[in-house]
Design a protein around this ligand. Structure first.
Ligand code: CU
Length: 147
């Protein structure tokens, strides 16, 4: 029984620490002529990276002016990236080819908060899970007479 707890508690602590961190990701989008509804849904802090996949000149221009590639680039493999720190909806388009021919919307949705281990709620959840597992292990030990 004690041996089980020695293995179980560090695992629970590691789980609590792992779930308290949110990984930031990069979402890749192709960017070429007649590419419409080039949408992505991400979380705050994530990055969107557009990659030119044709040889036509393009830019990336947010419809509300929040971000822009600030130049018209040409060349397959050209990249432009934006990190979105705040939840919201961010429509964008190519100014060379217009909204009707090249567009998309980046939707940034705040993730459900995960209680950190250092928070009272996160610590409480970890202790409750550990307690429940201890009870289960004790009952199993009693049932098979290995107490
Ligand atoms: Cu374009």
């Amino acid at each position: 029984m004690k041996h089980c707890l020695r293995l179980l508690l560090p695992a629970l602590l590691a789980l609590g620490l792992a779930t308290s961190a949110s990984a930031q990701t990069t979402v890749d989008l192709n960017w070429s002529l007649f590419l419409t509804n080039n949408d992505a849904t991400i979380q705050p802090g994530d990055t969107v990276r557009w990659t030119w996949t044709d040889s036509t000149p393009h830019d990336v221009f947010s419809s509300d002016g929040g971000f822009t590639s600030s130049a018209i680039f040409t060349g397959i493999g050209t990249m432009y990236s934006v990190t979105f720190p705040t939840a919201g909806s961010y429509p964008y388009h190519c100014t060379v080819h217009g909204v009707g021919n090249m567009n998309g919307t980046i939707t940034v949705v705040a993730a459900a908060p995960v209680p950190a281990l250092s928070s009272p709620l996160g610590m409480g959840i970890t202790i409750a899970i550990a307690g429940a597992l201890v009870l289960v292990l004790r009952r199993r030990s009693v049932a098979i007479g290995t107490r």
